[in-house]
Design a protein. Structure first.
Length: 376
C-alpha cells in the first residue's frame, strides 16, 4: 500500500477528508492543512481525477525524524529515488519547515537536493546527472522535527481544471469555489445563483457538482509520464468517473455587472462542458431577484482590499443585503468575504460563520437561512 498526503486550504480539511473516504481509500487522517491516506497505484489517478477541494496529491516516500543536517541527508539518501526518477529526470526540490530545529528552508532544500543527487548518481553510475528529462517534483515538509519526503503526482495544482485559461481580476480558485458549493449543500435539485459571478467559477463548479462530473477529466497530471505507472490507470480512472455522471435539468445562473466578465464566464463554461446547464447574463447584484420560491445564493463579492475601496464595498454589501432580503423565505445565502464588519453592513447577523482562506487572505463564509428575512 502507498501513502498519500493531500494538502488543502485551511478550513477545507474535513471536506477533502470526506472526498477521500468516498473514493474508498483507507486510513484517512485529517490534519491541519492536509489529509493523509493509504491506497494503491490506481488511486494516484483516481485522486487526481476526482478531488474537488484538495490542492494536489503527494506520494509519500519516507517519514523520519531529523534535528541535524546529517540526519536529514542520510534519511533522504536512504529513499529508493531511482524507483521513480529516471537517469535524465529533472528533480527540483521545494518544501517548508514549521516548529522544527532545522528551520532554514533554503538550507534544508539544498541538503535534500544533494542527498537525492548522491543516491541517483550512485545508482546510475554518474558524477553529474543531466536533469534534462521529465520533471519529478520533490516535496519535503518538516513539522516538529518530523520529516516527510514526497513526489508530487499532480504537477500543476488541482485548482487548474483546464477550463479557465484566463480570468478577471482577483479570481477565486476552483478548489475554493467547489468548497463553497459543497458547504452550501447544493446537490442540483434547487435553483443556484451567483450574482457576482466574475469569470463564472462558482457557477461552473456548481454545474460540475450537479452533474457529478469529475473536475480533472480535461487536464493532464505529472504522474502520467512516470515510467512505473501503467497508462491504463489513468484511462480507467477517467472511465470510472464518467460512468458516475448524472443527466438532468438544472437551474444554475451567474450574473455580473461587467459584460466582459460575463462573456468570459460563458467561454469558461463551454470549456468545462457545462454550458448547456449554466446560464450567465449581465446583471446588477444590488437588484438581484428570482421568481422561484426556494433556492440558494453562493457568491464571492469584491472585498474592498482587492478590487474596490472599502467604502464602495460597504455600499455594495448594503444594497445587496436589501435585495436578497426580498427573496422568499426558503432561500439560503452564502457569502464569502474578508470584511470584518460584513454582517453589520449587510444588515443581518449570519446564522453560521466558517473561517476560510482565499489564498493568503483570511475570510469568513457567512451562512444565512430563514433568519435573514426575519426583519424584512
Amino acid at each position: 500500500m502507498l501513502t498519500f498526503a493531500i494538502p488543502c486550504l485551511l478550513g477545507l480539511e474535513k471536506l477533502v477528508g470526506d472526498e477521500v473516504k468516498r473514493l474508498g481509500l483507507s486510513d484517512v487522517r485529517v490534519e491541519n492543512g492536509r489529509i493523509l491516506c493509504r491506497g494503491t497505484h490506481a488511486d494516484i489517478a483516481r485522486l487526481n481525477v476526482n478531488l474537488r477541494c484538495g490542492a494536489r496529491v503527494l506520494l509519500v516516500l519516507s517519514t523520519f525524524r531529523a534535528t541535524t543536517f546529517e540526519e536529514l541527508f542520510q534519511g533522504t539518501k536512504a529513499v529508493a529515488w531511482e524507483e521513480y526518477i529516471p537517469m535524465d529526470g529533472e528533480f527540483p526540490v521545494k518544501g517548508y519547515s514549521i516548529n522544527s530545529t532545522l528551520h532554514s528552508v533554503p538550507a534544508c532544500q539544498s541538503i535534500v537536493k544533494k542527498a537525492v543527487s548522491v543516491r541517483l548518481g550512485e545508482r546510475y553510475g554518474l558524477q553529474t546527472l543531466p536533469e534534462n528529462g521529465k520533471r519529478y517534483q520533490v516535496q519535503f515538509s518538516i513539522m516538529k522535527d518530523e520529516v516527510m519526503l514526497c513526489l508530487d503526482t499532480s504537477g500543476e495544482g488541482l485548482y487548474k481544471r483546464g477550463y479557465r485559461a484566463v480570468g478577471v481580476a482577483a479570481p477565486l480558485r476552483e478548489t475554493l469555489a467547489a468548497a463553497l458549493v459543497q458547504l452550501s449543500r447544493y446537490r442540483g435539485r434547487d435553483p443556484f445563483c451567483d450574482p457576482f459571478c466574475g469569470s463564472g467559477t462558482i457557477a461552473i463548479e456548481a454545474a460540475l457538482i450537479a452533474k457529478n462530473r469529475a473536475p480533472g477529466l480535461n487536464r493532464s497530471f505529472a504522474a502520467q509520464s512516470w515510467r512505473n505507472l501503467d497508462a491504463c490507470l489513468w484511462s480507467d480512472a477517467a472511465q470510472e468517473a464518467m460512468d458516475k455522471e448524472f443527466d438532468g435539468k438544472y437551474e444554475i445562473w451567474g450574473g455580473d455587472i461587467d459584460p466582459q466578465a460575463v462573456e468570459l464566464a460563458r467561454h469558461n463554461a463551454q470549456l468545462a462542458e457545462v454550458d448547456d446547464i449554466v446560464h450567465f447574463e449581465v446583471a446588477d447584484a444590488t437588484r438581484f431577484h428570482w421568481g422561484g420560491t426556494y433556492g440558494r445564493v453562493v457568491t464571492n463579492p469584491p472585498y474592498g482590499e482587492r478590487l474596490l475601496e472599502r467604502e464602495e464595498a460597504e455600499e455594495l454589501y448594503r444594497a445587496f443585503g436589501k435585495a436578497v432580503r426580498k427573496l422568499p423565505d426558503d432561500w439560503c445565502i452564502y457569502v464569502l468575504s474578508s470584511h470584518t464588519e460584513f454582517e453589520r453592513v449587510f444588515g443581518a447577523p449570519a446564522d453560521k460563520k466558517r473561517k476560510l482562506y482565499n489564498g493568503m487572505l483570511k475570510c469568513d463564509l457567512f451562512m444565512y437561512g430563514n433568519k435573514l428575512r426575519a426583519g424584512k
